[in-house]
Ligand binder design. Structure first.
Ligand SMILES: [Ca+2]
Ligand SMILES: [Ca+2]
Ligand SMILES: [Ca+2]
Ligand SMILES: [Ca+2]
Length: 374
């Protein structure tokens, strides 16, 4: 599961000025991690590996993975960044390369062909070997790199007849990790719910029923993205049942250029392919899960001026795995400078009639709205 672990916060370093600079170190696991192959060696990657162990590279295969820099505030100074990974090989020694690119949260076929050398490594002897390379000099977490750091790994010249060089698979202990130590920076609005509260999100509809989203830490069926808490419908045993419509709203923020709004949802899609219409305004939502109006589950960018949703999203599938969804910076271009809210809504009941929420990030847009729950 993708997650962010704060290894150490509140470490203090005496600065040259005599002041004190807070340092934070985060260990980030890849948000996406896949293997891809160039089947005809023309430099264009053609297919993803579909087997569950996506770790093989060398020959025509490469691995790529992207890290979500969610925990690193906008404008922070990166003091140290180290990429760790583990390879296994026989027919050693083996020489391989790590290349860097600016990601977008998902590994796409084109990402396997990105060329910007971050480090050249050797796998010296038979068996499993852990590697660590410094990537501090890459623009990780700075203003120039919005949210995602991507890497691909390749073996340019595998020895003839050699067996594969492999990396530890996603979700395993030795999968690639990015460990970043930073100081400073300005947080936008971020919601991880790990203090057990809504962290300032507000139930908008006036009749908070016995059934509503709360920050839970003890539901074994559902994973988490950050920490131990995520918003789930409560009581969770009633998650598929009928209820008054839930509408949870952020405080206002200003859309800024070059920033995506991201959030992770678990649970259901909310409506079948033939009725996947999402509301164009909060007023279109049914008052409850059997009433007239739109019955849906998802997320909307709410414009109070027009009382409408300028963009909406829903999950793509029904399952308990958290899915990363986003309003990408390109989608947000028409709304730069506008003051909007982020809404989560659920007016849908039935099989997979629930959603859970974690790790919401609205990038630093205005210090007026800076997070107060760090
Ligand atoms: Ca090809
Ligand atoms: Ca990508
Ligand atoms: Ca959380
Ligand atoms: Ca529901």
């Amino acid at each position: 599961m993708q997650r962010f672990n704060i290894l150490a916060t509140g470490l203090f370093l005496l600065a040259a000025t005599g002041g004190v600079i807070a340092q934070t170190t985060v260990e980030i696991v890849s948000s996406d991690y896949r293997a891809g192959r160039d089947t005809n060696f023309d430099g264009i990657f053609d297919e993803f590996r579909t087997e569950p162990n996506t770790e093989q590279f060398s020959n025509s295969w490469r691995n790529a993975f992207e890290f979500d820099l969610y925990e690193i505030p906008t404008g922070a100074s990166v003091l140290n960044a180290v990429l760790t990974m583990r390879t296994t090989a026989f027919d050693t020694p083996r020489a391989f390369e790590v290349h860097w690119y600016e990601g977008n949260g998902f590994v796409e076929l084109i990402d396997f062909a990105r060329d910007e050398l971050a480090g050249a490594l050797t796998h010296p002897s038979d068996g499993g070997i852990s590697h660590a390379i410094s990537v501090t000099d890459l623009p990780i977490g700075r203003e120039s790199l919005e949210r995602w750091a991507g890497f691909n790994v390749r073996e340019p010249s595998p020895p003839p007849g050699a067996t594969f060089l492999t990396m530890s698979i996603p979700d395993s202990f030795f999968q690639p990790k990015l460990v970043v130590t930073y100081s400073g920076g300005v947080n936008g609005m971020r919601f991880n719910f790990d203090d057990g509260t809504l962290q300032g999100l507000e139930h908008v509809l006036s009749t908070p029923s016995v059934f509503e989203w709360t920050a839970l830490d003890s539901v074994p069926l559902v994973g988490q993205v950050s920490g131990e808490h995520r918003l789930l419908p409560t009581p969770f045993n009633f998650r598929d049942g009928s209820h008054d419509t839930l509408l949870l709203r952020s405080s206002p923020f200003v859309i800024r250029a070059g920033a995506s709004i991201t959030f992770w949802l678990t649970g259901g899609r909310g409506a079948g392919p033939d009725s996947a219409l999402l509301p164009q305004s909060p007023g279109e939502l049914a008052a409850n899960t059997s009433g007239p109006g739109v019955r849906a589950m998802g997320v909307g960018l709410y414009d109070p001026g027009s009382d409408s949703y300028v963009l909406t999203k829903q999950r793509s599938v029904n399952n308990q795995t958290f899915e990363l969804l986003m309003f990408q910076q390109q989608e947000l271009v028409p709304f730069i400078g506008r003051t909007l809210h982020l809404d989560f809504f659920d007016s849908f009941a039935g099989s997979w009639g629930w959603i859970g929420i974690d790790s919401v990030s609205i990038p630093g847009s205005s210090s007026l709205f800076a997070s107060s729950f760090e």
